[in-house]
Every structure is written in C-alpha cells, then in structure tokens.
Design a protein around this ligand. Structure first.
Ligand SMILES: C[S@@+](CC[C@H](N)C(=O)[O-])C[C@H]1O[C@@H](n2cnc3c(N)ncnc32)[C@H](O)[C@@H]1O
Length: 307
C-alpha cells in the first residue's frame, strides 16, 4: 500500500525517464548492428552528430562500451532542460569513468591519455539545425527518435548531416505487449488505440517505423548495412526490476494515460481500472512489458548523400 501510494504520487521527470531507460536500451540494442557499426566506423578521430540526443545517454554508452575514443560529438535536442541536464550530467559520469573534464555549458572536453571527446550541446529543432549545419559528420546517430518524425520526408534531410554512416536505433515497430493479461479484449484495444495515437501526432510519427525504414532508406539513396530487432523487454527478477526500470515502466504507463485519456472509443472507467491494475502489477514485480523495435546501420553507397 505504501509502495502504491508512492507510485501514484510520484513525480514524472522526463530526464529521470531517460536515465531509467539506459539499462533497458543497453539490453535492447541489436548487437549484430552494433558490431557492424564498429566494423564500419572510420578511423578515429571522427565527427558524430546525434539528433534527438536527450540527456546524452548514447554518448555515455559509447564511451562505456569503448566504441568511441576520439571524437567530436554534437548533440542536438530541442528541449532546453535536456541540453542543460546533459552538460551537467556528462561531467559527473565522465569523472566517474576516470576522464578529466574541461569546459562548461555548451562545450565540454572529456579526456585521458587514450580518449579525447569534444562535446557540443545544441539546443535546437533538428530541422533548424540541419539548415545551419556547416560540417557533415562521419556518423549520424538517431536513437529512439525517428518514430517521432514525419516520414519519409525527414529522412533525406537527416541523412544530409552525414557523409558516411547512419546508426538509427530503437525505431518502434508496431507491437506492444503487457503481461499478464488483464482482459484480452481491453488489452488489445488499448494497445491498438495507443499505436493509432502515434500515427496521428500533429508533428509526425509512425507506429511501424522500423519495418518502413527499409523502404525509406532505399528511396533516400542509402544502403542498409545491417538491421535487426531491438525490442525492449522489461521484467522483474525475483520480484525486483533492475536499476530504475520500475520507474521506466511507470513512465510508459503515463504515456498511455496521457495519450488515451478521454479517448471516445475507450470506456473511461475500464481504462482507469486497467491503469490501476497495471501499476499494481509493477509494485508487485509482476508486469512484463515488451515493445518491438528495430535498429539499422545505413551507409551511403552512391552520391545521393553528397552535395
Ligand atoms: C524519446 S526521446 C529520446 C532521447 C534520447 N535519444 C534517448 O534515447 O535517451 C526523444 C528526444 O527527441 C527530442 N526531440 C523531439 N523532437 C525534436 C525535434 N524536432 N528536434 C530536436 N529534438 C527533438 C526530445 O526533446 C527528446 O529528448
């Protein structure tokens, strides 16, 4: 009961959600696609642009996994709170990882005798950034981002940011599952309506962006070098979720609540009771959540990306 009350009163912080998502993404990222990225990465130092970078969890991961050692890393995100958090937080995790830190605000340098990463934080709408960007990257990263954009028209614009490679990860692909079943028909209805809200977002979005990327990339003149599933699979071990994944799950339910509250096709009371029961399942360590997603590594085989 105490835990339930805590969950109901909990503060929803997007930055904490992105922090909590790290361990879920660590498991989910397709390791074959990641290996293809490592094999195809040009000799470092390289220039990387990450769009929709949030608070910079991907940079931390790539440093932690030793994928990048020497790079200029530009992070683009439209939310001022994300850019501010990213800059302060990078100092913390870098020092924990034994890296020295120079600079502050929009520019940081993280380094030791082996590594040298120069970060620039850009608070901007990605399409404004594309307009003013002068130097293309060796690698473009878009992580948990493309399924929020209008497609296919956004893709050639995004690909114009890179001359070599694009690593496009955690693209939602049409399947959400909560276990155990509460009411099969209601579960299915909620999942279906939630996917529809993704397709109807005024700023764009596609609930089947993963599978559609094969065609969109081809049309944009890109070659798929590797592709594979990167499903989120969140479950408790011995009744406990790892790291901060219980918070991650509560936030996912919050997305459902915000997207479907007042939906004309949904019985409001049945939906409220469904949310209550799903939240109780989290507190009891019973809820399993699966979201099907896809990762891609794309390369530029033709002159299509080159100006
Ligand atoms: C689902 S979050 C993913 C963040 C980060 N990639 C991660 O996985 O931790 C999507 C991010 O895209 C940013 N975003 C959404 N639309 C954007 C736009 N048009 N331009 C720049 N950033 C945008 C949001 O502010 C948010 O931080």
């Amino acid at each position: 009961m105490v835990a339930m009350t805590k969950a109901l009163n909990m503060e929803y912080s997007f930055q904490r959600y992105l922090l909590a998502k790290q361990s879920v993404d660590d498991r989910a990222l397709n390791k074959d696609v990641l290996n293809a990225l490592k094999l195809n990465l040009p000799q470092q130092p390289i220039r990387i642009i990450e769009v929709g970078a949030g608070i910079g969890t991907m940079l931390r991961r790539l440093a932690r996994w030793d994928v990048i050692q020497r790079a200029e890393y530009v992070m683009v995100d439209e939310m001022a709170e994300n850019a501010a958090y990213a800059s302060e937080w990078a100092k913390v995790w870098a020092e924990e990882a034994g890296l020295s830190v120079e600079g502050s605000g929009k520019r940081l340098r993280l380094f030791d005798e082996r590594r040298d990463i120069r970060i620039r934080f850009e608070r901007a709408d990605v399409f404004d950034f594309i307009q003013k960007n002068q130097t293309r990257a060796d690698l473009l990263i878009a992580h948990a981002f493309l399924d929020l954009l209008p497609m296919p028209e956004s893709l050639p614009k995004l690909l114009s940011l890179t001359k070599e490679l694009a690593w496009l990860t955690i693209n939602f692909d049409g399947v959400t599952t909560f276990e155990p079943t509460i009411d099969a028909a209601l579960d299915a209805q909620i999942e279906r309506l939630y996917h529809k809200t993704m397709d109807a977002r005024p700023r764009g979005g596609d609930s089947r962006s993963g599978r559609h990327l094969f065609g969109h990339l081809r049309k944009a003149g890109a070659e798929v070098l590797a592709a594979g599933a990167s499903d989120w699979v969140v479950y408790a071990l011995n009744g406990n979720y790892p790291d901060d994944e219980a918070y991650f799950l509560r936030f996912i339910l919050r997305f459902f609540e915000e997207s479907l509250a007042g939906h004309p096709e949904l019985d409001a009371e049945a939906f409220a009771s469904w949310l209550r029961e799903r939240r109780a399942q989290i507190e009891r360590g019973e809820l399993t959540y699966i979201a099907h997603q896809m990762d891609f590594l794309a390369g530029a085989p033709s002159s299509a990306w080159r100006r």
